[in-house]
Write a protein that binds this ligand. Structure first.
Ligand SMILES: C[S@@+](CC[C@H](N)C(=O)[O-])C[C@H]1O[C@@H](n2cnc3c(N)ncnc32)[C@H](O)[C@@H]1O
Length: 211
């Protein structure tokens, strides 16, 4: 099966991402260094659908980048919902605000600039949904830090958990990102407090439900 053709077919038969997000994508592809990092059309619609299904009141996103996934989750969020999203690179601020300010869901988003490891302990919230999508070396640390802040029955999503298939090979000692993902995947597999499944979507999306 031709994967690219299948993806095109899928994109032609699901909800459109809309003018704001497609403009954001074009802007990112022209002006940013690593546009592939943003969730994109298919994953964005899936994140929105998760929000529709869960009707979360509080979401935490670790790793905002352009705000693409943030805006998708905000679309699916009830009016009384709030997303805290954390981005370490404050050079992204203008880009994020450019699109957030045009979104009808802007009131549902609070952007924090700084290191998630420092900001998360200051958030006095219980989260229904957490999206881990930042430094691959720190996935296990983010998980330990957020775990006490997720309600029972809540969901943690972790992106890139197949890491371009690199999880299948023995990593070089210097490849700390692959090592980080491998450690995280083993940790989740062995955590009896959660139910888990890996979706082979894009680069791998792990769904973790707190029992
Ligand atoms: C893959 S991108 C996020 C993509 C976005 N979630 C989406 O789906 O459109 C990862 C982002 O995490 C940020 N990041 C890395 N380490 C971080 C940390 N410790 N705290 C907060 N953000 C971090 C990076 O600067 C980068 O912008």
């Amino acid at each position: 099966m031709n994967q690219e053709a299948v993806e095109d077919y899928i994109l032609a038969h699901i909800d459109e991402e809309g003018e704001l997000l497609s403009t954001l994508c074009r802007d990112a592809n022209v002006n940013l260094l690593r546009p592939r990092m943003l969730s994109g059309h298919l994953q964005g619609r899936i994140l929105k659908m998760f929000c529709r299904m869960l009707a979360p009141r509080r979401i935490l996103e670790i790793g905002t980048y352009t705000g693409y996934a943030t805006l998708c989750m905000a679309e699916g969020l009830p009016d009384n919902g709030l997303i805290h999203t954390i981005e370490i690179n404050d050079e992204m601020e203008d880009f994020i605000q450019k699109y957030l300010s045009r979104s009808p869901d802007k009131e549902k988003v609070k952007v924090h600039f700084g290191d998630a490891m420092e900001i998360i302990p200051t958030l006095d919230e219980t989260f229904d949904l957490i999206f881990i999508d930042a430094d691959k070396r720190l996935y296990s640390d983010y998980y330990d830090l957020v775990f006490p802040k997720v309600r029972k029955g809540g969901l943690i999503l972790a992106d890139n958990t197949l890491w371009d298939g690199k999880v299948l090979e023995k990593p070089a000692v210097s490849d700390k990102q692959t090592i980080g993902i491998l450690e995280f995947n083993d940790k989740i597999k062995n955590d009896p407090r959660v139910e888990k499944v890996i979706l082979p979507l894009r680069d791998g999306l792990t769904m973790i439900r707190i029992k």
